[in-house]
Design a binder for this molecule. Structure first.
Ligand code: SF4
Ligand code: SF4
Length: 428
């Protein structure tokens, strides 16, 4: 580790705040909940160790390259440490301040930069994703995936294994722009259809519209919307995140709605974060505050409403997997469970090590495939232990990551799809 002295090793643009660093009393309560500490037992790969490194860098005692960079880069950003910390340390804010510093001030290897740039040149763009869906379908049907499986480098192998089964009709489908409920309107909401979600998980968006309407919500889904910036925010690409946040706010702020509804845990947590992301921007700070105050995960919103639509009976055991960006980052744990329990006959069970990340974590399973694989296997084994008929989780990244390690053993759905089946579909 390079020993420096004097002024902070961070640049002056939003470095981790000294008072947030000082909140940590080094008690270590967060260590057992941290996935990377669980994997490697290394202090510097724990939340306490990472905060200590940030503290040293802020004092100018170490540089940002080398060990500092590696230990921060290995963090999943799962925020289990935020839940576990009895002192209220805001590790989420610290990490969000630190990652852009690394992106600006540390040069990644050429291959790492190339891979990450490729991910960000594709994921936030719906048209490019649709083209990728067509190519992905041809690739999946070509027999090449099996042939190349053993020879691809780990990152490309992960990308291949995580590609969802492509359904072109879904990838090119559009959502109705306005849906009115049949009875009286209880809430007016706008839906974020997203980028990856819109192309690869159109059915989840469609189910969200149907369930919201059945429960008395008028749903507006603006056509001209796109990526909310979540992947960029979590990866430290501040410019990208700020640009996407502003576009998203501009799209939604004029709509006459009570809430902006999201069905992707990672997107919801980022949209609630806009308030911090744009806090120093005089033109956008208030707009971001107003916007973030209206953001609700779909589970959160529906749990506020007394169930109105009749549910069909479903005699099944369902395991609920807490997506980190819903449970740890937004504190939404009880609402999805309570909603599922409104379905008669449904038994909702928790998983062992429920607080432990599945290894998905935004683009973590693409850029850090080895630890992500260990966490994915562990999650799959924990699911097998409770032997559910179905697994539900409110994040597409978790669905893809778990499917990689569980295969087709247990069907997986977003909770809103199960609710849609109970309200609008045939009994399972
Ligand atoms: S982050 Fe919280 S739980 Fe972890 S060492 Fe610091 S004060 Fe303790
Ligand atoms: S965000 Fe997750 S991986 Fe990172 S330090 Fe906290 S618990 Fe560990």
């Amino acid at each position: 580790m390079t020993e420096l002295s004097g002024q902070s090793s961070f640049d002056s643009h939003k470095p981790p705040a000294r008072d947030l660093l000082d909140d940590c009393v080094h008690c270590g309560f967060c260590l057992p909940t941290c996935p990377t500490y669980q994997l490697w037992g290394e202090e510097m790969d724990s939340p306490r160790g990472r905060i200590y490194l940030m503290d040293l860098a802020e004092r100018g005692e170490i540089g940002l390259e080398g060990a500092f960079f590696q230990h921060i880069d290995a963090c999943l950003g799962c925020m289990a440490c935020v839940t576990a910390c009895p002192s209220g340390v805001q590790y989420d804010r610290l990490l969000e301040a630190t990652r852009p510093q690394l992106e600006r001030n540390v040069r990644r290897s050429t291959s790492d930069r190339f891979f990450r740039n490729a991910v960000f040149a594709l994921f936030p763009y719906r048209r490019r994703l649709r083209l990728a869906a067509v190519l992905g379908l041809l690739y999946q049907k070509s027999g090449l995936p099996k042939l190349l499986e053993r020879i691809l480098p780990p990152r490309l192998r992960a990308a291949q294994a995580l590609l969802p089964p492509v359904r072109l009709r879904e990838a090119f489908a559009t959502l109705p722009r306005r849906i009115r409920p049949s009875g009286p309107v209880r809430r007016r909401v706008a839906l974020l259809s997203g980028c990856v979600q819109d192309v690869f998980f159109h059915e989840v968006n469609a189910a969200t519209q149907r369930v919201l309407a059945a429960e008395g919500c008028e749903v507006l889904t603006p056509r001209r919307q796109g990526c909310c910036g979540a992947l960029g925010l979590h990866a430290g690409r501040e410019e990208h995140a700020v640009d996407r946040a502003k576009r998203t706010i501009a799209t939604f702020e004029g709509l006459p709605v009570d809430a902006i509804v999201v069905n992707v845990a990672g997107c919801g947590s980022s949209m609630k974060e806009y308030v911090h992301l744009l806090a120093d921007d005089p033109e956008w700070a208030q707009r971001a505050r107003d916007f973030s105050a209206k953001v609700r995960d779909v589970n959160e919103l529906l749990a506020e409403l007394e169930p109105r639509a009749p549910r069909r009976r479903m005699d099944a055991k369902v395991a609920y997997h807490d997506a980190c960006h819903l449970g740890h980052a937004q504190g939404v744990r009880e609402q999805p469970r309570a909603l599922l329990r409104t379905i008669p006959g449904l038994e909702v069970v928790d998983l062992p090590e429920a607080d432990l990340c599945c290894g998905s974590a935004g683009i973590y399973n693409l850029v850090q495939p080895e630890p992500a694989a260990e966490l994915g296997e562990r999650k799959a084994n924990n699911i097998r232990d409770v032997a559910p008929d179905l697994l539900v989780t409110a994040n597409p990244g978790c669905l893809l990551q778990i499917r990689r390690y569980l295969g087709d053993e247990i069907p997986m759905l977003h909770p809103i799809q199960l609710l849609d089946e109970a309200i609008n579909g045939e009994p399972r």
